[in-house]
Design a protein around this ligand. Structure first.
Ligand code: ATP
Length: 357
C-alpha cells in the first residue's frame, strides 16, 4: 500500500424510487481506500454493499455526495471512462471462445500490438495458474478455473482498481476457501487495489487489509480484521462477525454482577454491554479464581465439531434467557468437559471482556 487514496466516497447517499416510495439503499457512506489495499464491504443481504460498489464503478449515480478515483472527482464520469474493472459472481465469459481469447479480448479491442497481447495474456494466465489450459473452453473447466479466467480477463487491462462482487459465491466451500488464498496472493502479486463485496465474514477476515462492516445503508465499523473481531464497535458488528455472547447490566466499581457470578470490566461503571468470544471462555465445575470473570449456568447443548466442542450454556440467577456459547479445543483428547444438564462455571480473563461503545 502506498498510503495514496485510490477510492474516496464522501457522504454518499443513494435513493431509489420503488412503487412510488423513496428507498434509501445507502444513507451516507464515507470511505477512503488506499492504493494497493485489499478492502472489503461486508454485511447482510440488503445492507447496501452492491449499491455502494456500483457507484464506484459508475453504474449508479449517487443521489448525494462525491466519488473520487485517485484524487479526481468522477461522480459524473461514465463507467467506461473510469479506471476500474468489475468481476461478478456470474463469470460472464464468452462460451464459444478459448481461455486465451477470453483473456485477450479486451486488449484486441483496444488494438494492442500482437506481441504485447501475447506477452500480457501469457503473464496473466501464469499469475492465475492456468498456463497450459489456454485452448480450453469455459464449459470444460471447473467453477474455480472459470472464475480465475474472469479474473485474468479483468486484470489483463491493468485497471488501477478491481471491484469484485461476491465473486466466489457460486463455488462450494472447499473451493471457495482455496480461492480466497489464491485471490489474496494474486492481489499481492499485481499490487492493484481490490474492493471486495461479501456477506461472508470468514471470507472478509481471511483476505482483507481492512473491512467496512455495513448495516442498513451505513458503515458501522471500518477497521482491520483483528480489530473488527477483537474490538467490535457495536452489538451488530459483534454478532455479525462470529458469536457475540452479549452480557448487559449495570456495573459498579468495574464489576458487572450477572449470571450468579461477576464479569470484570475494569474502569467501567453504569450500564454496559459486554461481549466475550466463545474461544476465550473456559468451562469447568470449580468456581474460578477472583481475578477471573466467572458466571454460572446449565449446559443446554454440546456439539462435537471435530477440532472443537461447542457448548450452549443457559446462564443462572437473573440472567434467564441469556445463552452463552463456548468453544473448547479438542487439542489433547476428544472428551467433552461437561454434558447436557450439568451445572458449570464459565471463566475468562478480564482482558477478554470487551465493553462495546
Ligand atoms: P445483497 O447481498 O443481497 O446483494 P446488498 O447489501 O448488496 O445486498 P443492495 O443490493 O445494495 O444490498 O441493496 C440495498 C437496498 O436497496 C435493498 O433494500 C434493495 O432492495 C434496494 N435496492 C437496490 N437496488 C434497487 C433498485 N434498482 N430499485 C429499488 N431498490 C433497490
Amino acid at each position: 500500500m502506498t498510503g495514496l487514496s485510490a477510492i474516496e466516497l464522501e457522504d454518499v447517499v443513494k435513493e431509489y424510487l420503488s412503487h412510488g416510495e423513496v428507498v434509501q439503499a445507502v444513507k451516507g457512506v464515507t470511505l477512503d481506500i488506499a492504493e494497493g489495499e485489499f478492502f472489503s464491504l461486508l454485511g447482510p443481504s440488503g445492507c447496501g454493499k452492491t449499491t455502494t460498489m456500483r457507484m464506484v464503478a459508475g453504474f449508479e449515480q449517487p443521489t448525494k455526495g462525491l466519488v473520487k478515483l485517485h484524487g479526481q472527482d468522477v461522480t459524473n464520469v461514465p463507467p467506461n471512462r473510469r479506471d476500474v474493472n468489475m468481476v461478478f459472481q456470474s463469470y460472464a465469459l464468452f462460451p464459444h471462445m478459448s481461455v486465451w481469447d477470453n483473456v485477450a479480448f479486451g486488449l484486441k479491442q483496444k488494438r494492442t500490438p500482437a506481441d504485447e497481447i501475447r506477452r500480457r495474456v501469457g503473464e496473466m494466465l501464469e499469475i492465475v495458474d492456468l498456463t497450459g489450459r489456454e485452448r480450453r473452453r469455459p464449459r470444460e473447466m471447473s467453477g474455480g478455473q472459470q472464475q480465475r479466467v474472469a479474473l485474468a480477463r479483468a486484470l489483463v487491462n491493468r485497471p488501477r482498481a478491481l471491484l469484485l462482487d461476491e465473486p466466489l459465491g457460486a463455488l462450494d466451500l472447499k473451493l471457495r476457501q482455496a480461492m480466497q488464498i489464491e485471490l489474496k496472493r494474486i492481489q499481492r502479486e499485481v499490487g492493484i487495489t481490490f474492493v471486495y463485496v461479501t456477506h461472508d465474514q470468514g471470507e472478509a477476515l481471511t483476505m482483507s487489509d481492512r473491512i467496512a462492516v455495513m448495516n442498513d445503508g451505513l458503515v458501522e465499523q471500518l477497521a482491520d480484521p483483528r480489530e473488527i473481531y477483537e474490538r467490535p464497535a457495536t452489538a451488530f458488528v459483534a454478532g455479525f462477525i462470529g458469536t457475540s455472547n452479549l452480557l448487559t447490566g449495570a456495573a459498579a466499581g468495574g464489576v458487572l454482577k450477572v449470571g450468579g457470578g461477576r464479569v470484570l470490566v475494569p474502569g467501567h461503571d453504569g450500564d454496559v454491554t459486554v461481549t466475550v468470544r466463545p474461544e476465550k471462555i473456559t468451562i469447568g465445575t470449580e468456581e474460578p479464581a477472583p481475578e477471573l470473570s466467572g458466571v454460572r449456568g446449565t449446559v443446554a447443548e454440546v456439539v462435537y465439531l471435530g477440532t472443537y466442542n461447542s457448548y450452549a450454556v443457559n446462564l443462572a440467577d437473573g440472567a434467564d434467557g441469556t445463552v452463552i456459547t463456548v468453544f473448547e479445543q479438542n487439542a489433547h483428547d476428544a472428551t467433552a468437559t461437561a454434558e447436557r444438564g450439568d451445572s458449570v462455571w464459565l471463566s475468562w480473563q478480564a482482558q477478554h471482556s470487551y465493553v462495546i461503545g
